[in-house]
Design a protein around this ligand. Structure first.
Ligand code: PLP
Length: 423
């Protein structure tokens, strides 16, 4: 292998022919592998088996969790999530199994009714905009697209979104109603917001009086190293800065226990919580409190969660290492044709290829039996302006499958790069 960027066209064609032979060998293997969504593997799901044996459904204040009532969640569950979300228990609502559903509900609430600090419901504006740090979580973007927001790309850096750009935009445009954030081990780069970024988000002046930060702490305890990165609490920083109603913060146990049957929670100012509960009332009598109790009895508190997450790490760390090592062995010698992130937690690695190579790489992989997340998926409207980003999800496949899939992926990336260089 040699530096592609220093090769003549003849040398590139020669390399291409070699790679095509290799590619055909993979095709002949009849592979059927999936590195698409960030799902836990079966071994991870099995870690929480014992939880299903928890069957005391009487809560600490004597309330029977099997019955209707207590929309805000069982008190012990509110306390549990308050610790995870760095909030007081009165600032927490414990919901059903999905934090994404809670996020959707709150965007819907802003759109239909507005928030406590809204001059009018968002649907009464001619234009609605939302800031989207990119690359980001495709399902966030789908929500704001669904409600008709114009989404504005904000480049991510290792310290979080480009705050100069964010501040400049929100200061002058009242139609910018909010911003998506995955502050810890971001999906998909694995970056963590710096303390400075958190404080600037809390303090910045916004033209919209009801600007909302959707603070999705999906990976807040999902460490892959000993470092256990923690960042300042946005709720507290916003309170201190005089913007207490700005943050709506979320997390769930989807990737702690079960994605299909975990527990989700949201934390916000007490005023927001009262308003949200009042508006939830017509929708639901109460969420699944039996599951809330099972989770608290099994995981106990943040310390218990962190101990449980160490078991996940033992399964995931070798998978992340294998992918990064394959990238280093197969892509680095080819010169500056790709770079990738080195996350200290979370569920993804971002692989950045040369401009114009991402879609072609995904297609080549697909034709050889390996499904990747679609190129562009991590950008609003599915449009990566450079067609260079791939979201790699190493958690679900076995180590052996991952080895084959990442070898093939690097091969396809090299083929796609050569095609672009030969154009
Ligand atoms: N938020 C982020 C950033 C995610 O990556 C995911 C799942 O991949 C979710 C939310 C989904 O969370 P939940 O299962 O709680 O709806």
């Amino acid at each position: 292998m040699a530096n592609y960027l220093a090769m003549s066209s003849e040398e590139l064609v020669e390399e291409q022919q070699k790679l095509r032979v290799e590619y055909q060998t993979y095709k002949n293997m009849g592979l059927n592998l999936n590195m698409d969504r960030g799902k836990p593997c079966t071994e991870q799901l099995d870690l929480s088996k014992e939880m299903l044996k928890m069957d005391n459904y009487i809560g600490e204040d004597g309330f029977d969790a099997r019955n209707y009532g207590v929309l805000e969640g069982m008190p012990e569950a509110r306390r549990f999530f308050a610790e995870l979300l760095n909030a007081d228990m009165e600032e927490v609502i414990v919901g059903g199994n999905s934090s994404l559903q809670l996020m959707y509900y709150l965007i819907d609430l802003g759109w239909r009714q507005g928030f406590v600090d809204s001059p009018r419901p968002w649907r009464h504006y001619n234009a609605l905009k939302f800031l989207c740090p990119v690359p980001g979580y495709d399902r966030h973007f789908r929500i704001t697209e669904y409600f008709g927001f114009q989404m504005i790309n904000i480049p991510m850096t290792e310290n979080g979104p480009d705050m100069d750009m964010v501040e400049a935009l929100v200061q002058k445009d009242e139609s910018i109603k909010g911003m998506w954030c995955v502050p810890v081990y971001s999906n998909p780069d694995g970056y963590c917001y710096s303390a400075e970024t958190v404080r600037r988000l809390a303090r910045m002046k916004t033209a919209a009086p009801d600007f909302k930060i959707i603070w999705d702490n999906a990976y807040v305890v999902h460490h892959l190293t000993d470092e256990q990165i923690e960042i300042p609490a946005l709720l507290y920083e916003c309170q201190k800065a005089g913007n207490p109603e700005r943050p709506l913060t979320f997390c769930s146990t989807s990737k702690i226990t079960y994605p299909g049957a975990g527990v989700a929670a949201l934390a916000a100012s007490e005023r927001n919580i009262r308003y949200i509960l009042k508006n939830m009332m017509p929708m639901i009598i109460s969420f699944d409190k039996m599951n809330q109790l099972r989770h608290v009895q099994y995981l106990k508190n943040k310390e218990g969660v962190l101990a449980h997450m160490r078991k996940h790490r033992a399964i995931l760390e070798p998978k992340f290492n294998l992918v990064k090592q394959t990238f280093a062995e197969q892509l680095s010698p080819c010169g500056d044709i790709a770079h990738w992130t080195d996350p200290k937690g979370g569920y993804f690695i971002s692989l950045y290829l040369m401009e114009g190579c991402a879609k072609r790489t995904v297609q080549l992989c697909k034709d050889a039996g390996v499904t990747l997340t679609g190129a562009g998926a991590a950008y609003p409207y599915g449009l990566d302006p450079k067609d260079s980003h791939l979201r790699i999800a190493p958690t679900y496949p076995s180590l052996q499958e991952l080895e084959t899939a990442s070898q093939l992926l690097t091969l396809c990336a090299r083929l796609a790069t050569i095609e672009v260089l030969l154009k």
